[in-house]
Design a protein around this ligand. Sequence first.
Ligand code: GLU
Length: 448
Amino acid sequence: MTTLDEKIEPIYKAVLDRNPGEVEFHQAVREVLESLGPVLVKHPEFAHYKLIERICEPERQIIFRVPWVDTHGKVQINRGFRVEFNSALGPYKGGLRFHPSVYLGIIKFLGFEQVFKNSLTGMPIGGGKGGSDFDPKGKTDGDIMRFCQSFMSELYRHIGEHTDVPAGDIGVGGREIGFMFGQYKRITNRWEAGVLTGKGLNWGGSLVRTEATGYGAAYFVDEMLKVRKDSFDGKTCVVSGSGNVAIYTIEKINQLGGKVVACSDSAGYIYDEKGIDLELVQQIKEIERRRINVYTEKHKHAKYVAGGNIWEIPCQVAMPSATQNEINGKDAAMLVKNGCIAVGEGANMPTTPEGVKVFLDAGIAYGPGKAANAGGVATSALEMQQNACRDSWDFAYTEDRLHKIMQNIHKDCYETAEEYGAPGNYVIGANIAGFIKVSRAMLAMGVV
Ligand code: GLU
């Protein structure tokens, strides 16, 4: 681990003391704080006005009971969260995650990351995150609907187009956003498009939002490769996960000339040396909602490795798109040893601090999540723009906007890293560029 600047060390200590047991939150904060020492030298006013301390403390944290009745008539109780982290740049914006691993520490790490990510997009959005420990796996549509309705029956009083605008994350896609929008509309008697993003295309959603996180991540890697006078063309790629982010990362890599040979779910990975059959993955995951192992029923030549480690497959480009801490130090070392030259994070914080160190020491192109996966939330902001003027843009125009946003994020991170004496280090570039934008806005608004 890199040591912290002496001015920053006590700030980090206070974060540990004030948020006991929230290990993922500690990890996310430490990773940003490690980059900020030189910023306080250039900007002593940030230290004077305690910008770092303020940014580490969420503006508001909401925890609530979510009771619902399942298909068998049994009462179930889950816990709901919404952490409204920072609203200096715009209304709180960030997804909802439904997964049994969710607790306050996960939501706070995600909310914290979101503040910097959203700042990097250049769009007028603050940062927040929410979710529940509800497990959607194996639930009926009816269960999902009743849960979403109960969840929204509390959440509705905290959100709104100018206040807080949730969207999807792990376990929350178009179906769940639909159920939640319906309940919000019913309770408030308002058809308020701007309250949620990731909506269906015929009721206020934006083209390209579904594809945006994956497309954006591939665009970001493409930019990193271009700096190195390289491209996706002919590259062997591994994309972990098989959800929304993974699927559209694979699609864009294919369009850019790369070949994805593996993807996964939490139970194991598929290796297909002919290249992953994306249509089949979409059929399995998006339509049938089944596990990825069934891929081999149709493609007998492909290999399914139950409980396998996808990072043992040699590749030149790795795009972790499943969940936090899925690449540890050993995995990172294995990737580098096997010839990996670029890593683009589609998931949030998928690489442990040890893994990040391996990538940076090896000098490979490493795009951290808060920069590389910002295309999803950026396109959510485009959805909000369309909603605000009751318009809808076509696919090509919207994708072009996304592409330009990703190019700008890359440029911003790249130039900031150079300015601060760390050329090619996108971790430092993303953390500093994201932090400065939020800090300037907070400074202008006084001590609030
Ligand atoms: N959950 C996504 C993220 O991690 C998207 C959030 C949004 O669109 O608001 O950025």
